[in-house]
Design a protein around this ligand. Structure first.
Ligand SMILES: [Zn+2]
Length: 114
């Protein structure tokens, strides 16, 4: 049985009023769906489906359930999920400062042979 087939078997087939795809497998203590991936690692279901469909989640990014649309941690519908940075504004500030520092530290000109 493929990982995808095992995943699909743990998603509720009952239509949800909010359009959610509810996880009916086991949950973490914080309420997220738990899933064992193809390598036997225990991962969060909503993160697994994101990576399965869209590719790896960049370092430092988190998957969030759209505020207002859903907010259900046990929902695994792709269109209810988004990649966000924790503290977006804060990180943007850091990026700008790092860029300015890098400009100041950059050598005035590369060494060139005459
Ligand atoms: Zn949802």
């Amino acid at each position: 049985m493929t990982a995808w087939a095992r995943f699909a078997a743990k998603v509720s087939k009952v239509p949800h009023p909010n359009g959610c795809h509810m996880w009916i497998g086991s949950l973490t203590s914080t309420g997220y769906g738990k899933f064992r991936d193809e390598n036997g690692r225990l991962v969060m279901a909503h993160r697994w489906i994101w990576e399965y469909a869209r590719g790896p989640i960049p370092d430092g990014m988190v998957i969030d359930h759209f505020a207002g649309r859903c907010r259900r941690r046990d929902c695994v519908r792709l269109s209810h999920l988004a990649v966000v940075t924790p503290g977006e504004n804060n990180r943007r500030g850091w990026a700008i400062r790092r860029f300015r520092q890098a400009q100041q530290l950059r050598p005035a000109s590369p060494l060139r042979r005459p």
